[in-house]
Write a protein that binds this ligand. Structure first.
Ligand code: HGY
Ligand code: MN
Ligand code: MN
Length: 408
């Protein structure tokens, strides 16, 4: 093995301590002190690896290692270092640190690749703070609008634009973050699987064939608040009861499909209480499928059902799409090189789909993408008990290292 697994693991554990929570997880929301401290740590590592450091207008942090050919398109290796609330220390971080380990190993080996290599930590992949994610990679492909930065806000009511300004960024310059397809030869991302396929088949690493599409559908219901004791059932306009029907309907729709998952992970009840009929309720439905047509068909079914329920119960509703990404396929050219590298390392190439979203799906709009998955203990992620072994992370990084050399 050429990469230094101890060094990589030590970096992972140190980064994992930045934003540590009492429950043993990590919280590093975008544009917070925790994220700033994590970036400072990354910049220290990038400096040690002689990378030219650059942070763009959206806060994407790059480290660049020149190639033999100065103006050739770059091989970009990236992921994210923001996390969900009380999440795990591997989601995103493993991919960024694997990239840094690879350029460090090239330096140790005295290798200069033909193509320049850049490591990138994208801003706000998770979308936890502003309910719209992959902000950094979307700015890179030109999919992020100033209007979105001004209208999406966090739980305190601060918009992305306000928070950016507070942190020294100028939201009006996000166009400068955009990169063209001609600048990027390939985008590669190592990530924990966050599922159980590899563990069930006792395989340490896998090659991602494609990434499921995603729609975040915000449903707001407005009814009539009232006293729980004095309002007869027949006279109620209870948005919470209506939302319960809608959530159960969505579950039923997903169960009838093969590759659809629908989650109502956060419900916001305004003016509710033990003895109060709520006034209004919001839920953001997370809908995913490997087929773009299915996503559209399912969204239509849900919209029709919401209309039916709300007409019956005299409830007002509003539906807003907060985020939508079409399913994306990984590049056969890169996956072929991943397979060659697997054979070189005596790893049985295992291809699998990603149910989780990744910056790679956004980058597929301007580059050939490839992803490596690393086995995840019990498939748990977005939780303090998220775990991957030192050996598997190292093997995935070695596989990525060999693939980078293969792409020459
Ligand atoms: O939500 C996701 O799939 C990813 O973890 N951001
Ligand atoms: Mn992730
Ligand atoms: Mn995640």
């Amino acid at each position: 093995m050429k990469i230094d697994s101890e060094r990589l693991w030590c970096n992972l554990m140190k980064l994992g301590n930045i934003g540590r929570t009492e429950q043993g997880g990590v919280t590093r929301l975008s544009f917070t002190k925790q994220e700033k401290d994590a970036k400072a740590y990354l910049m220290k590592l990038m400096n040690q690896t002689d990378l030219a450091i650059h942070e763009d207008a959206m806060g994407n942090l790059y480290g660049r290692k020149e190639g033999i050919y100065k103006n050739e398109p770059v091989v970009l290796i990236g992921s994210h270092i923001d996390t969900v609330i009380n999440g795990g220390i591997f989601d995103g971080a493993a991919g960024v640190l694997a990239g840094i380990e690879i350029v460090q190993t090239l330096k140790d080996q005295g290798i200069t690749t033909k193509y320049p290599i850049e490591i990138v930590a994208f801003t706000d992949e998770e979308g936890t703070r502003f309910s719209s994610g992959m902000l950094g990679s979307r700015a890179v492909v030109g999919d992020l609008t100033l209007q979105e930065l001004k209208q999406n806000s966090d739980y305190t009511g601060k918009t992305i634009a306000m928070v950016m300004k507070e942190n020294g960024y100028n939201e009006k310059l996000i166009k400068n973050a955009k990169r063209s397809a001609t600048e990027i030869k390939a985008y590669l991302e190592l990530h924990i699987e966050q599922g159980k396929v590899l563990e069930n088949e006792d395989i340490p690493v896998g090659i991602v064939s494609g990434i499921a599409g995603l729609t975040w559908l915000k449903v707001s219901l407005k009814g009539e608040f009232g006293h729980a004791g004095t309002t007869p059932m027949i006279l109620r306009k209870d948005p919470l009861a209506a939302m319960a029907k809608i959530i159960t309907y969505c579950e039923g729709v997903a169960l009838q499909q093969h590759h659809t998952v629908i989650t109502a992970g956060n419900i916001l009840v305004n003016h509710g209480g033990i003895n109060v009929i709520a006034n209004d309720v919001n839920v953001i439905f997370d809908i995913r499928d490997i087929s773009g047509e299915n996503l559209q068909r399912i969204e239509k079914l849900i919209r029709m059902y919401i209309d039916k329920i709300c007409v019956e119960r005299n409830i007002q509703y509003d539906i807003e799409i907060l985020e939508h990404h079409e399913p994306s396929l990984c590049s056969p050219y890169i996956n072929h090189n991943l397979e060659i590298a697997c054979n070189k390392l005596n790893i049985k190439p295992k291809h699998l789909m990603s149910g989780a979203a990744h910056d790679a799906m956004v980058m597929s709009k301007i580059a050939d993408i490839g992803m490596i998955f690393v086995r995840t203990k019990a498939g748990v992620s977005h939780h303090p008990s998220e775990w991957a072994s030192k050996e598997d992370i190292a093997l995935g990084t070695e596989l990525l290292y060999n693939t980078i050399l293969q792409l020459e």
